[in-house]
Design a protein around this ligand. Structure first.
Ligand SMILES: *Cc1c(COP(=O)(O)O)cnc(C)c1O
Length: 416
């Protein structure tokens, strides 16, 4: 096969509605960070999330996390409990605010925040620093729902607000209810690689009009009602552009198709990988409350499986970004760190890449990141174990049945 198969790529509607809405924005001269597309996109998101919540469209999912924490009055010196097994955007905004992330480990079933560890962390932080954490941030890793029931029970018992990071879990459900509507706030992302895209963008799902207004105020430089600029708080320029929202409106017409396709690809991997020794596809718990969007399909590779080229794993310092990372990647001196995927997992990545298939290690737990070396962590080591053996497989609308078969064939070929 000579086509390159990517992990997850933006996919526009066949009808080209994205371009129609963007053109409308130009034709009516609404080329600003507000306007008809922004309002309509927010309404679409409101309906999609069940019609019970308010939605603010923002410039990025990271901005949504940041504003949610501000609205939970996270301040310098406060602590916020964050799932360790996540992308850095879940925890970095805690640091932006001068607060401290305290990381919580994962349960093996969902790979997400372990409710037992969450409660242990809350009790221990109260005992150690004499005050409650200001917020709890569970993450729908690769789209998989966290145990919403138990996490919300614990959060309610201690009266701590939950900021759901559903950036990867747009459209995933727990017990029939869409993720982002359980907590005080729910974070969505429309980056280029997410379930739907606005090229770049995000949204915050809020429980009340009052919260929506607070978030909107902070997202538009926190201006007070005077004829001149008057500020009583520090705000941000985080509102979504009317151009990006036009793309979002078009994408909302295909979001269900996208989710169905991701689930279809997952089912195909489950079927085809059954026979492959040492490879285990990650699937949702056999509990009908879980309904993952399977944003990325993930699997683990047993440590005792040998893979072609394994003896050369990590021999070379990587010169460029692995995958399609944007921006600048800082050059490094060494090919290894003290916490990394097993040699066979790295060898599999290299083998697949040579066959034009993009795979990627699962996200490295935040408490193992040098930048968070001093952050407290409550863990049973589950996420660190998964980091050593896990990898992400291509998913999404561009991945065909033939691609999945080809990918599985190549995995079989790689294993010795
Ligand atoms: C993508 C992502 C975000 C942030 O979204 P951006 O729109 O890229 O800023 C937050 N959390 C998680 C877990 C993500 O994967």
């Amino acid at each position: 096969m000579d086509k390159q198969i990517y992990l997850c790529l933006a996919h526009m509607s066949k009808a080209g509605l994205e371009q129609k809405y963007v053109k409308e924005a130009f034709d009516t001269n609404w080329v600003v960070p507000l306007g008809p597309n922004v309002n309509a996109f927010e309404e679409d998101l409101k309906q999609f999330t069940g019609g019970t919540h308010e939605v603010v469209a923002l410039s990025a999912g990271t901005a949504a996390v940041h504003l949610a924490l501000i609205a939970c009055s996270v301040s310098p010196g406060d602590e916020v409990l964050v799932q360790s097994f996540t992308f850095c955007a879940s925890s970095h905004p805690v640091t932006y605010l001068g607060a401290k992330p305290v990381f919580v480990g994962s349960e093996p079933e969902t790979w997400n925040m372990d409710p037992v560890l969450l409660e242990e962390a809350i009790k221990d932080r109260i005992a150690k620093i004499g005050k409650k954490p200001k917020a709890i941030v569970p993450v729908a890793l690769y789209g998989m729902p966290y145990d919403c029931k138990r996490i919300m029970e614990i959060a309610d018992r201690y009266d701590i607000p939950v900021v759901e990071d559903a950036a990867e879990g747009f459209g995933s459900k727990f017990d029939g209810r869409i993720l982002s509507t359980f907590g005080k706030f729910g974070v969505l992302s429309f980056n280029g690689n997410k379930m739907i895209t606005t090229s770049g963008g995000g949204a915050l799902v809020c429980q009340s009009v009052e919260d929506k207004n607070t978030v909107m105020w902070y997202a538009t430089q926190a201006r007070d009602a005077y004829p001149y600029y008057q500020h009583t708080a520090i705000g941000y320029n985080y509102r979504m552009s009317n151009i990006c929202a036009g793309i979002g409106r078009g994408q909302m017409t295909v979001v269900q198709e996208h989710i169905d396709h991701h689930k279809h690809v997952q089912a195909l991997y489950e079927e085809l990988l059954k026979e492959v020794r040492g490879v285990h596809i990650h699937r949702q718990p056999a509990d009908s409350r879980y309904d993952s969007n399977y944003w990325l399909c993930t699997a683990t590779l047993d440590a005792n499986v040998r893979v072609q080229g394994q003896e050369n794993a990590y021999k070379e310092v990587i010169k460029t970004a692995v995958g399609g990372a944007a921006g600048v990647i800082k050059a490094v001196e060494s090919a290894t760190t003290d916490c990394q995927p097993n040699d066979n997992v790295e060898a599999l990545r290299v083998f697949m890449a040579a066959n034009r298939i993009e795979t990627r290690p699962v996200w490295k737990p935040m408490h193992k990141q040098p930048v968070y070396a001093d952050a407290p962590v409550y863990t049973n080591g589950v996420e660190e174990e998964i980091f050593k053996v896990g990898f992400c497989l291509p998913a999404g609308p561009w991945v065909t049945d033939a691609d999945v078969k080809y990918i599985v064939e190549k995995i079989k070929e790689a294993i010795l």
